[in-house]
Each structure stands twice: as C-alpha cells, then as structure tokens.
Design a protein around this ligand. Structure first.
Ligand code: DGP
Length: 115
C-alpha cells in the first residue's frame, strides 16, 4: 500500500514534482535533487517498501527490477565503464528517505571504499 505521507510515494504519484527518467508498472526512476555525480538517478519500487532490511521475500522481484532499470539507464547514458548502485540501509548509513531506493551514480571516477 502506498504511504500517503511518504515523500517518494508522493513523487511517484505525481503529487510532488520530479524529473522522471523511467516508469513502468512496477518501478519509477527520477533525478536526485542533490546529485553527487553527473548521473545520480534514484530508482524506486512503486510498492512502498521502507528499506532493504524491511524487505520480504515477496519483494525480491521488484528489488531485482529496480537494479535492472538502473543498469538500463547506465547503458543508455554510456556510463558503463564504471558506475555504482548504492543502497543506504538505516540512518547511520545515510538513509534519509524511508522508501527503498537504488542510487545510480556515474559519469565520473568513483573512489573505493565509499565513505
Ligand atoms: P538516502 O540518503 O539514501 O535516503 O537518499 C535519499 C536521496 O533522496 C538523497 O540523495 C536526496 C534525494 N532527495 C531527497 N528529497 C528529494 C526530493 O524531494 N526530490 C528528489 N528528486 N530527490 C530527493
């Protein structure tokens, strides 16, 4: 069920503006408001899932779909020489929005390990 108060549910429903990159029946992708790389896209399931640690077995398919959408966006943007998909899990990792999202970061050299 969508959460009426969730920021990303509201973005996905078009109640708040976003720069849409991709949409299908299960997944929505949009430009991050505060990009950390030339490509910084957020890929979210339309189902409200709080985060990876709250995900259930039934969410496996849509979590996989989110990653495959990220890979397709990277292909279209010609950043396949090096990009990163990131899940921040829990407040101490930097998760600030509690609707599962894959960060797709690329278009510049990425350092390892992330901070
Ligand atoms: P995280 O810190 O992993 O929970 O990532 C949340 C991301 O969401 C962060 O990179 C900034 C982005 N963000 C927060 N609010 C908005 C918004 O209103 N619109 C868009 N496009 N991105 C947002």
């Amino acid at each position: 069920m969508p959460d009426p108060h969730c920021l990303f549910c509201r973005i996905m429903r078009g109640e708040l503006p976003s720069k849409k990159v991709y949409e299908d029946d299960h997944v929505y992708a949009f430009e991050d408001l505060h990009p950390k790389a030339p490509t910084h896209v957020l890929v979210i399931p339309k189902k409200h899932i709080v985060g990876l640690k709250e995900a259930e077995a039934a969410d496996a398919e849509v979590i996989g779909r989110c990653h495959l959408v990220a890979a397709e966006i990277a292909r279209q943007r010609n950043i396949e020489n090096g990009y990163r998909t990131v899940l921040n899990v829990g407040p101490e990792s930097g998760q600030s929005v509690f609707h599962f999202h894959v960060h797709l970061l690329g278009g510049r050299r990425l350092t390892w390990p992330p901070g």
